[in-house]
Design a protein around this ligand. Structure first.
Ligand code: ADP
Length: 634
C-alpha cells in the first residue's frame, strides 16, 4: 500500500476540459492511437533523460538500460505503461497533466465547430498526447518520479477525465513514469497481449528504444505463477539510421506522426545521409495541413536535433529558414558536440552549411512533389503558399528556385485559384512577349474586373492576379524569372514592347498629339489630385484609369504601412484617359468649364474606386454625380 501525503484535488484548465470532452467524442473511431501517444511521450521522456545524463550521469541512478514496458491485467481490466525516462516531479505533473502550454490553444478551441467530423481533423493537427488515455479509460493513474529527486518525492496523479484530478506525494523507488489505464467497460479488448503487440508494431515500431511486453510463459515446476519474462516487440533502432530502401512508407508515416504530433500522414518526405567533410543524416517531412499556429510568432518550429543518435533538443530553429518553418523532421549530426546549445547553433559555421543543404533538400522535395503530384501540390500551396511567399525576401540565394514553386491566380487559370506556375505562364506567353505581367489588389473580383486588364484581354496576354496581403511586398523582391522581368500592369507608362506593332505605336503617338489640349484642360481641372495626365493605351472599354508612378508605393503596401502606424510617403496617381470613349469625347467638347470640372472629378473618383481605393471626399463625388443626374433627367 503506497502512503500518500499532501493530497489535494485540483481542477483542469478550461482548455483541457474542452479537449477531453471533444477527444472522447470525436476520436472514438480510432481508439487504439492512445497507445501510440503514450509510447511517444515515454520515448520523449527517455530521450530527455539520456540527454540530461550526459552532464549529470548520476541521473541514471545505476539503471542505464532505457526502455518502455507495456503490461496488462485482464481481470482488473488495466493496461500499464512504464518508462524509466526523466519522470515528473509533483509540480511537473500539475502543470503538464493539468494544463496545455501551447500558445494559441484558447483561440484554437474557439474554432471548433461542434461538428465532430470536422473537429476530429482539427484535433488531429493539434495533437492530443497524454489526454488520449481517456478515450479508452475512465480512470487514469500516473505514478512518477523525476530523475535526481529522492524516492520520497514521487507523485501520484489520478483523474477520471472530467473536471478535476487528484495529486499526492508518494514514495517511488524507481525514477520514471508508470501510467495505469483503468479501461472503460467495453474497452477490455485492449487488456490483451496479442492486441497490444499489434498496435505497437503498427504505430511504434520506429521508436528507437525497446518496447517490451510480457512473454507468455508457463509456470516452472513447483511454482504457482510463472516469473515474468519480457520480450521486445518493436525494431528499436532509430529509423533515420536505416538505409532508405529498407524503410517502408508506413514506417516513415508513423515516425512522422510521432515527431510532429500529427494524426495525418505527411505529403512528402526526404531522407538523406551525408558523408564527407560534414556527416549527418536528415529526415524531413512536408505536413499535409497547416498547424493552427503557423502564423503565431511563438509557435514551435524547427527540427529535432540528435548528435550521434542522442537526442539533444526539440525545435532546433537554426537548420531551416523561417519560410520553411512548417517542415518537420530530425537531423542527426556526427560533427556537433553533445553539449551544443541554441546560442552555439546560431553562430556555428557548420550549421550554416547544413542549413543551406537542408534548405535545398526541402526545395527539391517540393519541386518533385509539384512535378509528380500536382494535385497534392495544390493542397500544399493552399496551406503553405502564403508562407512560401516570404521566401524570396528571406532567402536570396534560392530566389529563382522559390519563384519556380510559387503559384498564382491568373486571367487564364482556374477561377480565382492559385494554380499557375511561372514556368507554365512563360510556356504559353505570346510570341515576342518578354515580360511577366501581373496586377495586385485587394480581392480577386476587383483585380479580375480591373480596367487595367482591358488591353491585355484585347491582345490575349495572360496577367497574373495577385490578391494576398503580402503579394505586393513579395513582388518587390522578385525582379525576374527565367530571364524575364516582372511588370506591374498598373504601374508607370505601360510599354508592351514587341507586343505592340509599329502601326499601333504610330497611331498612339498621333492620337496623343491630337489630345494635347484635353490633357492640359484636365491637368488644370484636377490640379493637385494628380501627378500627371496622359492618353492611355491600356484601355478599350473604360473611360479612365489611375496608374501608379514607377517608384511609388502601391495600394497594398500603403495600407500595410498605415495599419502598422508608419508614415507613408505621399504619392499622387497618374490619370490616364481613353480618347475613344464616348464620355471622353463628350468631355473634350464640353464648353462649360464648370461641367468640365465636375465630369473630370467624377471620372477621377470612379477610376480610384475601380482600383479599390477609397475616395478622399466621397460627399463631393456624390454631389457632382447627382448634379449631373438631375441635368440629365430634365
Ligand atoms: P506533449 O507531449 O505534446 O507535450 P502531452 O499532453 O502528451 O503533450 O504531455 C504533456 C507533458 O507531460 C509532456 O510534454 C511531458 O512534459 C509530460 N509527460 C507526459 N508523459 C510523460 C512521461 N511518460 N514521462 C515524463 N513526462 C511526461
Amino acid at each position: 500500500m503506497t502512503v500518500e501525503t499532501q493530497k489535494e484535488t485540483l481542477g483542469f484548465q478550461t482548455e483541457v476540459k474542452q479537449l477531453l470532452h471533444l477527444m472522447i467524442h470525436s476520436l472514438y473511431s480510432n481508439k487504439e492511437i492512445f497507445l501510440r501517444e503514450l509510447i511517444s511521450n515515454a520515448s520523449d521522456a527517455v530521450d530527455k533523460l539520456r540527454f540530461e545524463a550526459l552532464s549529470k550521469p548520476e541521473l541514471l541512478e545505476g539503471g542505464a538500460e532505457l526502455k518502455i514496458r507495456v503490461s496488462f491485467d485482464k481481470d482488473a481490466k488495466t493496461v500499464t505503461l512504464e518508462d524509466n525516462g526523466i519522470g515528473m516531479s509533483r509540480e511537473d505533473a500539475i502543470t503538464h497533466l493539468g494544463t496545455i502550454a501551447k500558445s494559441g490553444t484558447a483561440d484554437f478551441m474557439k474554432n471548433l465547430s461542434g461538428d465532430q467530423k470536422k473537429d476530429s481533423h482539427l484535433i488531429g493537427q493539434f495533437g492530443v498526447g497524454f489526454y488520449s488515455a481517456f478515450i479508452v479509460a475512465d480512470k487514469v493513474e500516473v505514478f512518477s518520479r523525476r530523475a535526481g529527486l529522492a524516492a520520497s518525492e514521487g507523485v501520484h496523479w489520478s483523474s477520471q477525465g472530467e473536471g478535476e484530478f487528484e495529486i499526492a506525494t508518494i514514495d517511488k523507488a524507481d525514477r520514471g513514469t508508470r501510467i495505469v489505464l483503468h479501461l472503460k467497460s467495453g474497452e477490455d479488448e485492449f487488456a490483451d497481449g496479442w492486441r497490444l503487440r499489434n498496435i505497437i508494431k503498427k504505430y511504434s515500431d520506429h521508436i528507437a528504444l525497446p518496447i517490451e511486453l510480457p512473454k507468455e510463459v508457463t509456470a516452472a515446476e513447483g511454482e504457482d505463477t510463472p516469473a515474468v519474462e519480457w520480450e521486445t516487440v518493436n525494431r528499436a533502432s532509430a529509423l533515420w539510421t536505416r538505409p532508405r530502401t529498407e524503410v517502408k512508407d508506413e514506417e516513415y508515416q508513423e515516425f512522422y506522426k510521432h515527431i510532429a504530433h500529427d494524426f495525418e500522414n505527411p505529403l512528402a518526405w526526404s531522407h538523406n545521409k551525408v558523408e564527407g567533410k560534414l556527416e549527418y543524416s536528415s529526415l524531413l517531412y512536408v505536413p499535409a495541413r497547416a498547424p493552427f499556429d503557423l502564423y503565431q510568432r511563438e509557435a514551435p518550429k524547427g527540427l529535432k536535433l540528435y548528435v550521434q543518435r542522442v537526442f539533444v533538443m526539440d525545435q532546433a530553429e537554426s537548420f531551416l529558414p523561417l519560410y520553411l518553418r512548417f517542415i518537420k523532421g530530425v537531423v542527426d549530426s556526427n560533427d556537433l558536440s553533445l553539449n551544443v546549445s541554441r546560442e552555439i547553433l546560431q553562430k556555428d559555421p557548420i550549421i550554416d552549411s547544413m542549413k543551406s543543404a537542408l534548405t535545398k533538400r526541402v526545395l527539391d522535395m517540393l519541386e518533385k512533389l509539384a512535378k509528380n503530384e500536382p494535385e497534392q501540390y495544390k493542397g500544399f500551396w493552399k496551406n503553405f503558399g502564403q508562407v512560401m511567399k516570404e521566401g524570396p525576401a528571406e532567402d536570396f540565394a534560392n530566389k529563382e528556385k522559390i519563384a519556380g514553386l510559387l503559384r498564382f491566380a491568373s486571367t487564364q487559370g482556374e477561377e480565382g485559384e492559385q494554380v499557375v506556375s511561372l514556368a507554365e505562364y512563360l510556356a504559353r506567353a505570346k510570341e515576342g512577349q518578354d515580360k511577366i505581367y501581373y496586377l495586385t489588389g485587394e480581392t480577386y473580383a476587383q483585380v479580375k474586373n480591373s480596367p487595367h486588364l482591358e488591353v491585355f484581354r484585347k491582345k490575349g496576354i495572360e496577367v497574373l492576379l495577385l490578391t494576398d496581403r503580402i503579394d505586393e511586398w513579395l513582388m518587390s523582391y522578385l525582379s525576374e524569372f527565367d530571364g524575364k522581368s516582372f511588370v506591374d500592369v498598373a504601374r508607370g507608362d505601360l510599354d508592351l514592347g514587341n507586343l505592340d506593332s509599329e502601326e499601333d505605336k504610330k497611331v498612339a503617338e498621333e492620337v496623343a498629339k491630337s489630345k494635347e489640349g484635353l490633357v492640359e484642360r484636365l491637368k488644370a481641372a484636377l490640379g493637385d489630385s494628380v501627378a500627371q495626365v496622359r492618353v492611355s493605351h491600356r484601355l478599350t472599354d473604360s473611360p479612365a484609369i489611375l496608374a501608379i508612378g514607377e517608384q511609388d508605393l502601391g495600394l497594398q503596401m500603403r495600407q500595410i504601412l498605415e495599419a502598422s502606424g508608419q508614415k507613408v510617403p505621399d504619392s499622387k496617381p497618374i490619370f490616364e484617359f481613353n480618347p475613344a470613349h464616348p464620355l471622353i469625347e463628350k468631355l473634350d467638347s464640353e464648353q462649360s468649364e464648370e461641367r468640365f470640372g465636375d465630369l473630370s472629378h467624377i471620372l477621377f473618383d470612379q477610376a480610384a474606386l475601380a482600383a479599390g481605393d477609397s475616395l478622399k471626399d466621397p460627399a463631393a463625388y456624390v454631389r457632382r454625380l447627382n448634379k449631373l443626374l438631375v441635368e440629365l433627367s430634365v
